[in-house]
Design a protein around this ligand. Structure first.
Ligand code: ADP
Ligand code: MG
Length: 287
């Protein structure tokens, strides 16, 4: 049976907006040795602003419109920002055949023409030659009829408490902090350096994130544990693969909240170190 103090620990945590799905997870949290974060929506706000539009042969407004329409059914933070920058109501009857390609972008038929919007990887897959982007930010390339139409640059901001969150984990003795992202190398490395993370891996597809977590799991000592923290967009498989999966409750998808062992209700990464402290305190009472 589960000792009563576990419920005390879980109750205390829930008052802090930390939902722990069972007493055994407190025990795993207390041993966290490697903490792996997803970037978008976890360490960054996941709220992108369009900072530049570089059309090739079409008007700027048309490029943005094609991207926003192609993205109209997606809940990805990038899609939300493109729709917001577009600003108009979207007539969904103009859009059909939508395919969401996780970690890459979307394909759709817009106004009767095939449109693809996404990153370098997507363009590579489609055999579309893209122009390099000279701005720092996440690039959304757009191809129409299989021909390059230009790109839109968007940028995200790190969460206010992200740097403190990483420092607090170090202070608790967490040996290694890692960030995984599907975003470009320059973007991922800039964020990781800014936050003081030990390691960063960029340009990962969701399946690559699972592979990375598997190899990091091999680096965990026999007494330690690996925690993965994500917003749950595309990362439910990683959440369940980690020794303990932690999801952002506000931004996170239902699938992520379902797959997670711990949910941070207010989306603050700094709550992770609070959760570890609560877990250690609770266990010291139980023992
Ligand atoms: P992260 O790993 O940072 O959480 P994702 O795995 O969700 O990010 O996405 C990785 C990358 O794939 C994004 O940086 C973007 O380049 C591209 N991408 C994913 N979804 C979309 C989309 N709906 N539209 C455009 N690009 C996308
Ligand atoms: Mg993500």
């Amino acid at each position: 049976s589960v000792p009563l103090s576990f419920f005390g620990g879980i109750g205390g945590a829930s008052r802090d907006g930390i939902l722990v799905k069972g007493g055994n997870y407190l025990e795993v949290l207390a041993r966290a040795e490697i903490v792996v974060f997803d970037k978008t929506g976890t360490l960054t706000k996941g709220v992108f602003n369009v900072t530049a539009i570089h059309p090739d042969d079409i008007p700027e407004a048309r490029l943005l419109e094609l991207a926003a329409l192609a993205e109209c059914y997606s809940d990805h933070p990038i899609s939300r920002s493109l729709k917001e920058a577009y600003g108009k109501d979207i007539d969904a009857s103009r859009v059909s055949g939508v395919e969401e390609l996780s970690g890459r972008g979307v394909k759709a038929v817009v106004d009767g023409r095939p449109v693809c919007a996404g990153n370098d990887k997507l363009m590579e897959e489609l055999g579309v030659k893209w122009h390099p982007c000279h701005r720092v930010g996440t690039t959304v390339h757009v191809a129409v009829d299989g021909i390059y139409a230009g790109h839109i640059v968007i940028s995200d901001e790190v969460k206010e408490d992200a740097k403190a969150a990483v420092a607090a984990l170090k202070a608790l003795g967490v040996r290694k902090t890692v960030m995984l992202t599907g975003d470009a190398k320059a973007v991922g490395e800039a964020v990781a350096a800014d936050l003081g993370l030990d390691e960063v891996h960029t340009q990962l597809l969701p399946a690559d994130k699972v592979d990375r977590v598997e190899s990091l799991l091999k680096q965990v000592s026999s007494k330690g544990a690996l925690a993965f923290v994500g917003d749950g967009i595309n990362d439910a498989p990683v959440l369940s693969r980690a020794d303990i999966g932690i999801a952002m409750g506000g931004l996170g998808s239902d699938a992520a909240i379902e797959a997670a062992d711990v949910v941070l209700m207010d989306d603050k990464p700094s709550k992770l170190s609070d959760a570890i402290s609560i877990a250690r305190r609770t266990l010291s009472i139980v023992r």
